[in-house]
Design a protein around this ligand. Structure first.
Ligand code: 3HC
Ligand code: NAI
Length: 699
């Protein structure tokens, strides 16, 4: 069957697109639309409708074609054909009209949509800008500032918002095709002409004098280091100051520059890696899944409360179990406070917040979990305690209840051994704040059953998380690598640098936060306690964490105590450097016989990144992560790694594995092999002159 069909319904020509799963604009689809519009110019139709089958209107250009030679007709050519039609063309939108898909809709002369539809420009999330007229047409319809906001954020808007912005003409709750047909007939009856957005002139005087300079300054804080958002502003500026054709030419040039940039390659990699990560190798697509109608959470502290909110937000009832009435009340109060703040920010209606909160009930009794389909344990990070909790759960829960631990480091197999159902046990490692962070590490125990894994992968999507499978090891994928990264930050600190310098280097490179600020935010006592619990052979050398340990012993626990690596204003949380920290660093260096010397920014950056990457290779060679892309997804969605660098493993390929290997070998010479033995897989790929991407494709 053709992916574009045409039917003449009396005097209305209906062009129907069917290109599953998301009607992406492949070359065949572009040609189909183009041919259909051209053919319809000389038939009996008096108006045309473009409508899609399946779950959505066109969701954009076909990302798989990016980076390959452009095939005709190009999207701008198709758009020119539609806009140039001498009969009115109407777009009928359902699902999500995104990127090139919405640009097709904007080239139509009128637009109607289902109330549930959303429209937007996610290109910026792929390191791109709308490249088929979006930057020129949206400001003409919606105004300059709204257009900039929409395109630089990449966030879609609802049909209703789009209508308020002037981008949609009619909304329906009923049958889309009949609404579109009625609308088209009205247009014909009123002799309406094709309304071309390109003909609208933007009133320059409507903008403040330094509008674009100010906007760029504001934007650079939010989109640090990124090329596409800057180029979007330049395109919109051209839409204001230049004729339409010149604006379009500028957009094309800047779009191509973005397309060829390493940033876009990295972000496209993350787009596909995110989707691939939810697939478990060796697990058939038909693996059955279990129904998850109710959830139990054990422990309503920092993590338990946030985890509970995820399920309530998805409409799934949660029973939260705590150890004392006071702890339970505290947990429920924190949840209530979180909902109140979301309502105050205008991100949730009062009614929705009340409904969601009502889905979370508290208990002190394990019996109240007897009917739960999934129970997630989030008590203190203590193996014996966790085993005790799992033993109790095993006794009270239904035989097929899935039991999960949110542990950061403990061995899932040992936890599973405390039950008579190890096949139903796994790790579900959420990230803090658990109601916000997208990453979910799904930790597969030795005996975890396939249908349990399949079930939680689906569940993750339902609660809006990005799941990544990990094997069992100390710290799983993310925290295991982080340990190496943090080790180098600590060593740079004691050997000659400062918290401010180390954090700044990493932030300038693109990390959301520097490693020491992250420590202060999470609480320095957490790492301290984890280190205390390590066995002798697991422990780092005494030197590595001497500064961190001293700070904790001084009562400097980070932001929560007003002081850590920095000082924090308790009201505003503004941070400042503290000479006392410098004194601690110098005293500790002296105590351990280290002669501090300045360390340049490049070395600070490289030491941390190389340590991170090398551990990533070890994780791959041990089969802890399924693929390099999975590690990248962990780092981008869980650790503030810049998406525009593609994650640590993609970045290693960008640098070239030979360069990475040689750097690590060089560090081995200087700092010794305990910390700097190159991973065997890295060594092997360098010998074979292969990239990680090649290795992954062959695996
Ligand atoms: N091109 C190619 N493949 C695409 C695609 C696209 N634009 N959008 C989605 N897909 C694929 C996915 O890779 C996935 O494939 P898989 O099943 O083999 O993994 C499949 O379609 C389904 O996608 P999702 O799993 O993401 O499905 P959801 O229903 O969860 O989400 C969606 C649907 C909201 C449309 C989401 O897929 C999405 O956000 N897609 C990207 C949209 C986008 O970025 N559009 C802009 C493209 S750039 C552009 O248009 C440039 C232009 O301005 C010139
Ligand atoms: P927390 O100390 O904030 O909360 C733990 C809660 O468990 C407390 O409210 C306590 O009263 C309750 N509790 C203790 N024993 C209990 C029992 N026997 N039955 C019921 N409730 C009990 O700890 P947090 O930070 O929420 O951590 C919980 C787990 O999540 C730990 O395993 C931790 O490693 C892990 N984790 C923590 C992250 C973080 O950033 N805080 C991130 C990811 C995982």
């Amino acid at each position: 069957m053709s992916i574009v069909s045409y039917q003449l319904n009396k005097n209305i020509g209906v062009i129907r697109i069917d290109n599953p799963p998301v009607n992406a604009l492949s070359q065949t689809l572009r040609k189909g639309i183009n041919d259909a519009v051209i053919a319809a110019q000389s038939d009996a139709s008096e108006a045309l409708i473009i409508i899609c089958g399946g779950r959505t209107f066109i969701a954009g250009a076909d990302i798989k074609e990016f980076g390959q030679p452009a095939l005709t007709p190009t999207l701008p050519e198709v758009i020119q054909t539609i806009e140039g039609s001498n009969k009115p063309v109407l777009a009928a939108i359902h699902g999500t009209a995104l990127g090139g898909g919405f640009e097709i809709a904007l080239s139509c002369h009128y637009r109607c949509a289902l109330a549930s539809a959303r429209v937007g420009f996610p290109e910026v999330k792929l390191g791109l800008l709308p490249g088929a007229g979006g930057t020129q047409r949206v400001p003409r319809l919606a105004g300059v500032e709204a257009a900039l906001e929409m395109m630089t954020s990449g966030r879609p808007v609802t049909a209703k918002q789009a209508m308020d912005m002037g981008m949609i003409d009619r909304i329906t709750e009923h049958d889309l095709l009949s609404t579109a047909t009625d609308y088209a007939r009205e247009l014909v009856a009123s002799n309406a002409k094709p309304k071309r957005i390109r003909d609208i002139v933007i009133e320059q005087s409507s903008l403040a004098e330094n509008f674009f300079t100010d906007y760029r300054a504001k934007l650079s804080l939010r989109t640090r280091g990124q090329l596409a958002p800057r180029h979007i502003v330049s395109c919109v500026e051209a839409a204001v100051n230049q004729p339409f054709e010149e604006g379009i030419a500028k957009e094309r040039d800047l779009f191509m520059e973005c397309m060829d940039s390493p940033q876009s390659a990295a972000m496209r990699h993350i787009f596909f890696a995110e989707r691939e990560a939810s697939r478990i190798k060796g697990l058939s697509k038909d693996t059955p899944t279990r129904d998850l109608k109710s959830v139990g959470i054990i422990g309503g502290g920092t993590m338990g409360g946030g985890i509970a909110m995820n399920f309530a937000n998805a409409g799934i009832p949660v029973v939260l179990l705590e150890i004392t009435p006071e702890a339970l009340q505290r947990g429920l109060d924190i949840i209530a406070g979180n909902y109140r703040r979301t309502v105050a920010k205008g991100k949730l209606s009062e009614t929705d917040a009340t409904q969601r909160q009502a889905l979370i009930t508290g208990t002190l009794l394990y019996e109240d979990l007897s009917e739960a389909d999934l129970v997630i344990e989030a008590v203190f990070e203590n193996l014996d305690l966790k085993k005790e909790v799992f033993g109790k759960l095993d006794r009270v829960c239904k035989a097929n209840t899935i039991l999960a631990s949110n542990t950061s480091y403990q061995d899932i197999n040992t936890i599973a051994s405390a039950t008579n159902r190890p096949q139903n046990v796994l790790g579900l490692h959420f990230f803090s704040p658990a109601n916000v962070m997208k990453l979910l590490e799904v930790v597969r125990g030795e005996k975890t059953a396939d249908d349990v894994l399949a079930t939680v992968m689906v569940m993750a999507k339902n609660i809006n998380k990005v799941p990544v499978l990990s094997g069992v090891c100390y710290g799983f994928i993310g925290n295991r690598m982080l340990r190496e990264y943090w080790r180098e930050a600590q060593l740079c600190l004691i050997e000659g640098s400062t918290p401010g310098a180390i954090d700044q280097v990493m932030v300038d490179w693109g990390m959301a936060m520097g490693p020491l600020s992250v420590g202060d935010l999470a609480g320095l006592d957490i790492g301290y306690k984890a280190r205390q619990a390590l066995s002798l052979e697991q422990k780092e050398s005494m030197v590595t964490y001497c500064v961190a340990d001293t700070l904790v012993e001084m009562g400097r626990l980070g932001q929560k105590s007003g002081a850590g690596y920095y000082l924090y204003d308790q009201e505003t949380r503004a941070r400042s450097t503290d000479p006392q920290v410098q004194t601690v660093i110098e005293e500790q260096a002296q105590k351990h016989g280290i002669r501090r010397q300045p360390i340049n920014d490049e070395t600070i950056l490289n030491r941390q990144l190389m340590a991170l990457i090398n551990e990533g290779f070890k994780i791959l060679q041990e089969g802890i992560a399924q693929r390099p892309g999975d590690i990248d997804v962990v780092y981008v969605f869980g650790y503030g790694f810049p998406a525009y660098r593609g994650g640590p493993m993609f970045y290693a390929d960008t640098l070239g594995l030979k360069y990475v290997y040689e750097n690590i070998c060089q560090y081995r010479e200087v700092y010794g092999e305990k910390n700097w033995t190159p991973a065997a897989l890295l060594e092997q790929l360098v010998k074979e002159n292969k990239s990680l991407a090649q290795w992954a494709a062959e695996a």
